[in-house]
Ligand binder design. Structure first.
Ligand code: FDA
Length: 396
């Protein structure tokens, strides 16, 4: 039986940050991961360049049953703290858009940085180590947690659950953290895939399927939330940043509208076209603004195609409505196989927002994606992982 001060289950973004912070305080820290290497999602993130934070991070960029929960941790470990570490390790980075910071070279450098920091802080990491069971209250008073693994039994005073969500099971994702939460009396809010492509069915899918690969700027709106960015038509539905973002706010049956002329007043635009190009057909004029094949398809199924001069005002009004609030009837999502994150998870009601410690079991912590805090696309999820990992690492 080996003794530690802190055992961390999961060597992803949150677990490694927690390990560094606790290790730097002189705590004896063990990270246990069942995968053959740590930080796999960091490696695959941002197209291999890791969008490691967003300088515009605010609590408004997160979904949670309690919108206030993330505030304390985010305020105490900001993007600038992580940037300081990145710069100290001489990792070159750049801003892509809207405060999103990416490595110039490779996300491997972020994992190497975290592992170097772990080594400097004396953290031990066990990969390829499966957990058989976790017991509480069987050890001594100062080391009540007993973790049975395929590498032996480890005991500790603090247990940090950083095992992530359900997205990308092929990368080691498991529901283990949720099971452990329930074992210790925590409520787990329903989980679902977030930041995920949407699927279409029936007529909608038939009408768009052969346009796969066509991309256009849009504003996607559902349940009072809007995102302006690109939409990409896929074989099975729609994807692209605007769709991934809105997918976290949409559920089957919810209304989903796409503004195909974002930033424009569609009626003004149509009237302008009517005035400037009266003899041209709608599909031709529209095809100069939208991708041609997409404009043509709209005019086959959603809009009447005639020379511009033939439309009266009520018709133009109707067409403007279609262009500004095109109803996209999605049937579902591509699911955890391709989702970037898992929405829902360990209910924050059972956790301290300053330390991430359980309100039910002293010394037990939940951090990162396993908790019901989910960020938008754009580096916000890693920032939550760093911030919540740091918050727990300061006290565990
Ligand atoms: P994470 O999933 O990183 O780590 C959990 C760890 O626990 C894993 O190492 C896993 O093997 C281990 N584990 C699971 N079950 C276990 C068990 N039973 N026993 C032992 N170990 C176990 N975010 C962002 O901000 N910018 C970006 O660019 C991207 N890009 C991106 C791309 C793709 C393809 C995906 C899937 C996701 C992203 N994300 C992202 C989201 C981001 O990767 C995610 O939010 C964080 O990795 C969450 O960090 P955690 O440490 O909580 O979980």
């Amino acid at each position: 039986m080996q003794h530690y001060d802190v055992i961390i289950i999961g060597g992803g973004a949150a677990g490694l940050m927690c390990a560094i912070t606790a290790g730097q305080r002189g705590r004896r820290v063990l990270v246990v991961d069942h995968a053959n290497r740590v930080g796999k999602k960091i490696l695959m993130s941002g197209g291999g360049r890791c969008n490691f934070t967003n300088t515009g991070t605010t609590p408004a960029n997160y979904l949670s049953a309690n919108r206030h929960f993330c505030k304390s941790a985010l305020a105490r470990y900001t993007p600038w703290h992580f940037i300081e570490m990145v710069e100290r390790h001489r990792i070159a980075y750049h801003e892509k858009e809207l405060g999103q910071l990416f490595c110039d070279e490779s996300s491997k450098l972020i994992v190497k940085m975290l592992l170097d920091e772990c080594a400097a802080a004396g953290v031990r990491i066990e990969t390829g180590c499966s957990i058989e069971r976790v017991l509480h209250g069987e050890g001594t008073a100062d080391a009540p947690f007993r973790v049975h693994t395929t590498r032996g039994v480890f005991v500790a005073g603090s247990l940090v659950v950083a095992s992530g969500g359900l997205s990308i099971p092929s990368m080691g994702a498991s529901g283990f953290g949720y099971e452990l939460a329930r074992q210790f009396g925590h409520e787990v809010l329903p989980t679902r895939a977030g930041l995920v492509p949407l699927t279409l069915s029936g007529k909608h899918q038939e009408r768009l399927a052969d346009l796969s690969g066509v991309a256009l700027p849009v504003t996607a709106t559902s349940n009072g939330q809007s995102f302006s960015n690109f939409m990409l038509v896929t074989h099975r539905g729609v994807s692209g940043p605007a769709i991934l973002q809105i997918s976290s706010y949409w559920q089957p049956g919810d209304d989903l509208r796409i503004d195909l002329l974002p930033g424009q007043d569609a009626l003004d635009t149509l009237q302008g076209w009517q005035h400037e190009r009266p003899a041209a057909e709608l599909k031709t004029v529209l095809g100069d603004t939208l991708p041609k094949r997409f404009a043509q398809r709209l005019c086959e199924h959603w809009l009447p195609n005639r020379p511009m001069k033939q439309y009266n005002l009520p018709e133009l009004r109707h067409m403007a409505e279609v262009l500004q609030a095109w109803p996209l009837v999605a049937s579902g999502t591509e699911g955890y196989r391709t989702a970037e994150v898992t929405l829902g998870g360990v209910n924050t009601d059972g956790l301290s927002s300053t330390t991430m410690q359980s309100r039910h079991v002293a010394g037990l912590y939940f951090i990162g994606e396993v908790v019901d805090v989910t960020g938008w696309l754009g580096g916000y999820n890693f920032q939550w992982a760093w911030a919540s990992g740091h918050a727990a690492g300061e006290v565990a």
